[in-house]
Design a protein around this ligand. Structure first.
Ligand code: 13P
Length: 287
């Protein structure tokens, strides 16, 4: 069932668990995430980056594929189709394409401009019942081989954006996308606590869910995080399973070169990663 993320996140916040956002890149990814969510009776958010949207030939293709897949696979758990780190223009394209949730990443604008653009998008989303995630304090990550540590959001700026009426808020607390470097000092729980105090009931979003130690994930959830994004870990498990399959020479045996066979181990590996994350986040059985 394609729904906005609003209700599932309010339930997660109240129930002290988090809904996983798993980024999708193709049909196999999407199928693995949906089947696992259904099997575990967990709500789920499918994340689509602008790059992944482009790869899949456009947001309309993604939207049509996801909607049809939910129907054909008889998926009954709540599913949100969510634009990840959307640009201002990208947000409008996804609203148009039938996404049920979007993220506007205005963290690189001045806070005034971030507020202005977020305010406009809240209106556009409200008309269609779409949930909106905003971001304050940019999330670090690898760019040109250099891993930048994540910024910490200013709680007062978080309150400014939360008060506009967004559905959920991503606030940097030292988290980064991709693998964490050896010298990563960990999540800033003091900052998370101040943000929570400033924004009250607003469900908080933790980006960079790959490689954060389990105890930190649990603590973040206890402090108000209701949505956790995972991308790199699915990519790594997919790549590793595919590598093993190829190294075993199976792709050359019989009809092993058939893409349906070649991609199958990676798709199974994603299911396992999604399952482990849903168990860790506590969303199993919450659909
Ligand atoms: P990872 O790639 O680190 O799992 O982060 C995903 C993410 O936050 C997408 O927005």
């Amino acid at each position: 069932m394609l729904v906005s993320a609003k209700e599932m996140l309010a339930k997660a916040r109240d129930g002290k668990y988090a809904v996983g956002q798993f980024n999708i890149n193709n049909l196999e990814w999407t199928k693995s995430v949906l089947l696992t969510a259904e099997e575990l009776k967990s709500p789920v958010i499918l994340g689509v980056s602008e790059g992944a949207g482009k790869y899949m030939t456009g947001f309309k293709t993604v939207s049509a594929m996801v909607k049809a897949m939910i129907e054909e696979l008889n998926i009954t758990v709540p599913v949100a189709l969510h634009l990840d780190h959307g640009s201002y223009e990208g947000c409008y394209k996804c609203i148009e394409a039938g996404f049920s949730s979007i993220m506007f990443d205005g963290s690189h604008y001045s806070i005034e401009e971030n507020v202005e653009k977020t305010r406009e998008l809240i209106k556009a989303c409200a008309e269609k019942g779409i949930s909106l995630e905003a971001e304050v304090g940019s999330i670090g990550g690898e760019e040109d081989g250099v891993v930048g540590l994540g910024e910490c959001a200013d709680p007062a700026e978080c309150k400014m954006i939360a008060d506009l009426g967004v559905t959920m808020l991503a606030a940097g607390i030292g988290n980064i996308h991709g693998k964490y470097p050896e010298n990563w000092p960990g999540l800033r729980f003091d900052v998370l606590e101040s943000i929570k105090e400033a924004v009250g009931d607003m469900p908080l979003v933790l980006h960079g869910g790959t490689g954060i130690p389990e105890d930190m994930i649990k603590k973040a959830i206890s402090l108000g995080v209701a949505k956790i994004n995972v991308n790199t870990e699915c990519q790594l498990s997919f790549a590793e399973a595919t590598r093993k399959y190829i190294e075993a020479g199976k792709d050359l045996e019989g009809k092993g070169f058939d893409p349906r066979k070649l991609l199958a181990p990676g798709a199974e590996a994603i299911k396992q990663t999604v399952k482990e994350k849903m168990e860790l986040f506590g969303s199993v059985g919450k659909a």
